[in-house]
Design a protein. Structure first.
Length: 205
């Protein structure tokens, strides 16, 4: 499975306009793409930070999506005032959205950026996930989780999906000193954590 990550920003006063565009235009457009699996449009309503994560069956499906006509997306971005800052392709190391597709709607997400602690140091292997960050399912409430890997840099992105505002992390979570040390032992460090609200969700059962 492959993931496409879009980092963008917009005027917070335009978020409701963006929400309607996601529901009526972008979700149907995404669902029509061969190989499309899931999509999450996430926003910080205070700052206007936007994160869009889409997942695809394989590299071919993602490449085909990128090759399609993007004029409609450009018009939506222009109408909502969305400014794209970065687009990154990432591998999906682990995913669990069964609870999302069957029982809940992801209205919130906690997103954790995990970097390589030192660029001259080898981070843990791609198959080794830092449990202190990725295993958000230990906490009450999450209805899904993803762990993504940037093959070019070794950086990771952990996304946990919630049907309510995320619960406070316990001592095993990445914000604690023991978890930070565990990540450093694997060659990783937490660079940033954000809690974002869902504008729209597509999850293929």
């Amino acid at each position: 499975m492959k993931a496409n990550l879009v980092v963008a920003e917009m005027d917070p006063s335009r978020i409701d306009v963006a929400c309607r565009a996601v529901a009526h235009e972008l979700i149907p457009l995404f669902q029509a793409q061969p190989g499309a699996r899931s999509a999450y449009w996430l926003v910080d309503r205070n700052t206007g930070e936007v994160l869009v994560m889409t997942t695809w069956d394989d590299e071919d499906a993602l490449a085909a999506e990128r090759a399609t006509d993007r004029s409609h997306r450009a018009r939506v971005a222009g109408r909502t005032g969305l400014v794209i800052r970065a687009v990154t392709s990432m591998g999906v190391l682990e995913s669990d959205d069964a609870g999302l597709t069957l029982t809940a709607v992801a209205r919130w997400a906690r997103v954790t950026w995990i970097g390589v602690a030192a660029r001259d140091r080898q981070a843990g292997p791609a198959t080794e996930r830092p449990d202190a960050i990725a295993d958000e399912r230990r906490h009450p409430g999450p209805c899904g989780a993803y762990l993504l890997n940037n093959a070019a840099t070794g950086d990771r992105l952990a996304v946990s999906l919630w049907d309510r505002p995320p619960a406070e992390p316990d001592g095993n979570w990445g914000g604690s000193a023991p978890a930070q040390r565990a990540l450093l032992d694997l060659g990783f460090v937490v660079r940033r954590v954000a809690e974002l609200q869902g504008l729209g969700v597509v999850a293929r059962a």
